[in-house]
Ligand binder design. Sequence first.
Ligand SMILES: Cc1ncc(COP(=O)(O)O)c(C=O)c1O
Length: 401
Amino acid sequence: MTTLQEVRAWDAADPLADFRNRFALPEGVIYLDGNSLGALPRATAARMRDVIEREWGEGLIRSWNEQDWVSAPQRVGDKIARLLGAAPGEVIVADSTSVCLFKLLMAAGETRDGAILAESDNFPTDAHVAGRVAQLLGRDYRSVPRAEIADALTSDVAAAVIAHVDYRSGSRHDMPALTARGPRIVWDLSHSIGAVPLDLQRDGVELAVGCGYKYLNGGPGAPAFLYVASKLQTELQSPIAGWFGHAAPFDFSTTFEPAAGIGRFLSGTPAMLGLLALESGVDLMLEVEQAALWAKSARLYDLFAARMVAVCPELLNITPAQADARGSHISFAHPHALAIVRALIERGVIGDFRTPNIARFGLTPLTLSYEDVWTATETIAEVMASNAWRDDRFNSGGIVT
Ligand SMILES: Cc1ncc(COP(=O)(O)O)c(C=O)c1O
């Protein structure tokens, strides 16, 4: 069994340890929710002050050109492409994940006959969007449990949305194997980008979307990204024709002609403040060697899982043990998971709860030390052993997001 002394030695030798100082994390908090809302990079606070006071305040409308705001969706998209194993021009930043998904699923569905398929236990927005896309396209809508999705990818399916890493259990699909089955898949990479190694080109992925506010640390409600493999870009059309997706927006033509490349998936004026905050988070992530990031994530998981077996076996680990079958969070089932998570938050150990019975803890290697995991598991054990979670105030009240 690993000792606290050994864990401290791992921290002392951790090549990523210095990244923690690049984030403005409050004292006394062990933040295990960077998979839901990433922490604030110090550089982002400074960047936003400059963007607001100088670029907007002084530059005013001139900044669209002088600060190159106008090409920021493509520029930040190209940076995200490096984390995805995609080429420049294949990714653009826009909207929310839900809207990006709507755009790509509609576009994909239009190119082929057949049903629209979703995972019934995926993050609800994906199934909501897919159901509506099926309705709008006049297609059958199919929804099957995540565990059965491979068999449901049949030749009579036009397009499917699949989460690469599941938001609840953290299980990870075999992306190349599912992609090879034929139907067009829009991959939801919300719990993958900045968390697990990705190589969309190698894996033959055609379409993907993902969140900016989780592991990319882009800030609350940061814009999302969408990826369209270059070979598909002229074939696919956005269902929302808008002036920013026009081939020449500033010609103000009354006839819509989509931009030649990924820019056709823009619709309206990009939300510049959110976009530039996201860029700052992405820049930080690009400094990190992704293999080292994943190696630390895997070790954080192993430590968390082993400690829980040792000190708190009544919480059942539902995240796959095999590293390449999971993402970068660890989840435990317990009938009172919500009260347990609330009691932990009061103790400064911030995870979250997902229905019906899951306590979820994000393992973000840039902000967590191995000793944090040690302390968090000690705190969970204390909450369970003392029955602290049974207190009334943890069994009523507001939601935990
Ligand atoms: C897998 C997944 N997809 C989509 C979303 C929602 O994204 P948005 O709020 O940007 O539409 C989330 C949010 O947590 C998510 O976990």
